[in-house]
Design a protein around this ligand. Structure first.
Ligand SMILES: Cc1ncc(COP(=O)(O)O)c(C=O)c1O
Length: 380
């Protein structure tokens, strides 16, 4: 199934999704029946199937993972004056959602080995204004949840879980996406399951579920006269076409996770002994890596740049790691994070990058990339 059709190795994109054929069948059903908007039946089916998979009361499908975070924060009524604890090393989406809600993001540095937020630094940042901890599981290993769950209980904080990269991963055997008062997923094509663009909110509390359903739909009031609004929301609805893809992809999630782990193992074995570059951690005591992406952290920024340029010249795709939130010009211009430093997050952002990690990679391609990376690293 994963055998490459030709042995031409160029180019090897950083990501290629895996669509199996069932997607076409379900998409055709949308077209044949005319159900292409968010009213179509695949929306409810996708929401139900993913909620069952993750072990939540409900899923609320939305346009993308960033939209899911906007809705999550507003659904919990987090706003002006509230503080939300969040990692410094993350994609901008969670911090953007906090800021646009009028709340204040309070940053936490990363752990140099797992690349996730360093949970030992959280308690010192909790104040009387803290309303929530927003965890972001990074690159394939989950955040260590037990200390965070304890803090949420001790200080009566909400837990928001950004599991955008973490479908099918577990923490101590429990599904990622099952921990937050509100948890979210993304289905962008580089994710373990894709809907092209798409996202899902997961929750158990009936009020929160209803608020999410309302907020994604222009805050129409289900029980009140239509076109009369008491609150602002968004049109963040997912289409039936996207949900059809989601239903088909979810059937393959376990297989996709298994394949990601195979790719991860091939890279780990192939790059074993590499000098000057840190590889992802294979496992912690609470989870085995699912390698959403296969990251490398160079000993220095210049070393990373040399490796990335050489790989790109060979048409082997790479992407830089996330850039830290306290170093984002947009937030500096707002006066946020003035004088703050997070040394581990800064090091990851400067020295980290990832190599081809998509589900459609063949073993031959992974071995080819290993060979090139090893040879290049020896000469740097
Ligand atoms: C951790 C994390 N959160 C949120 C998002 C945003 O998801 P989307 O691209 O669907 O808006 C991403 C996207 O990759 C992500 O990695």
């Amino acid at each position: 199934m994963y055998i490459k059709k030709s042995i031409n190795m160029n180019p090897i994109p950083v990501n290629t999704p895996l669509l199996s054929g069932r997607e076409r069948e379900l998409l055709m059903e949308c077209i044949d029946t005319g159900w292409i908007s968010s009213e179509g039946p695949f929306i409810k089916q996708f929401e139900k199937n993913l909620a069952e998979y993750v072990g939540r009361k409900a899923g609320i499908a939305v346009a993308n993972g960033s939209a899911a975070l906007d809705v999550a924060i507003k659904a919990l009524k987090i706003g002006k004056g509230d503080e939300v604890i969040v990692p410094a090393f993350t994609i901008i989406s969670p911090v953007q959602s906090i800021v646009t809600a009028g709340a204040v993001p309070v940053l936490i540095d990363s752990d140099a080995v797992t690349w996730n937020m360093d949970t030992s630094q959280i308690e010192a940042k909790i104040t009387s204004k803290t309303k929530a901890i927003l965890v972001v599981h990074i690159y394939g290993l989950p955040v260590d949840m037990d200390p965070i769950l304890k803090l949420c209980e001790k200080y009566s904080l909400y837990l928001i879980e950004d599991a955008a990269e973490m479908h099918g991963q577990t923490y101590k055997g429990k599904q990622c996406g099952s921990f937050g008062n509100v948890s979210i997923f993304s289905f962008y094509p580089n994710k373990h399951i894709t809907t092209g663009e798409g996202g899902m909110i997961m929750a158990d509390d009936d009020d929160v579920i209803e608020r999410c359903q309302k907020l994604r739909n222009l805050a129409f009031e289900p029980e009140k006269p239509r076109f009369i609004h008491y609150e602002l929301g968004w049109n963040y609805r997912m289409t039936n076409l996207q949900a059809a893809l989601g239903v088909a992809q979810l059937e393959k999630l376990d297989e996709h996770i298994q394949r990601k782990r195979e790719i991860g193992k091939l890279y780990q074995d192939g790059l074993q002994g590499i000098k000057k570059f840190q590889l992802p951690l294979k496992a912690t005591e609470y989870a085995e890596n699912i390698y959403w992406v296969f990251g490398l952290v160079a000993e220095s920024e210049s070393l990373k740049q040399k490796m990335v340029s050489a790989l790109n010249e060979m048409k082997i795709g790479t992407r830089p790691f996330f850039w830290c939130m306290h170093e984002q010009p947009v937030f500096t211009a707002m006066g946020l994070f003035k004088g703050e430093h997070y040394p581990v997050a800064e090091m990851l952002a400067r020295n980290g990058f990832y190599i081809p990690s998509g589900l459609a990679l063949t073993n031959a391609e992974v071995n080819y990339v290993c060979d090139k990376v090893l040879k290049l690293s020896a000469g740097l």
